[in-house]
Design a protein around this ligand. Structure first.
Ligand SMILES: [Zn+2]
Length: 118
């Protein structure tokens, strides 16, 4: 979907000057931001703010999943809420790395795995 704010000047309500575009990071989440060069007022992109509130809702939840053995590997189910938020689908790449002695970090990649025909 086309984002009108990508091609339109956003004016500061108070100063009526075009706002500068940038980004901000809140709790590890990157949002597009608009900042007034005069009064320094800052706004976040409305769709990024909505996505950020979804992120916070998922981040505050703790999902307890059961570890299952399939062949020689262990598997967990990833809750649908997380998959939907991350916009990943079946056969997407996932990177796993040990974060410390107890935690595993998991990162989604948008690119799909291309499998050879067997
Ligand atoms: Zn201003």
């Amino acid at each position: 979907m086309m984002d009108l704010l990508d091609n339109t000047d956003v004016l500061c309500k108070k100063c009526k000057v075009p706002m500068e575009r940038g980004s901000a990071v809140k709790e590890g989440f990157k949002l597009r931001a608009f900042r007034c060069p005069k009064c320094k007022t800052q706004y976040y992109h409305p769709s990024d703010l909505e996505k950020y509130s979804q992120y916070k809702a998922i981040k505050e939840r703790e999902f307890n999943m059961k570890l299952r053995m399939i062949g020689n590997s262990f598997c967990i189910s990833i809750p649908r809420e997380i998959i939907k938020f991350a916009h990943v689908e079946e056969n997407s790449f996932v990177s796993l790395s040990m974060e410390n002695g107890e935690a595993v970090r998991m990162a989604f990649h948008q690119k799909k795995v291309v499998r050879d025909e067997e």
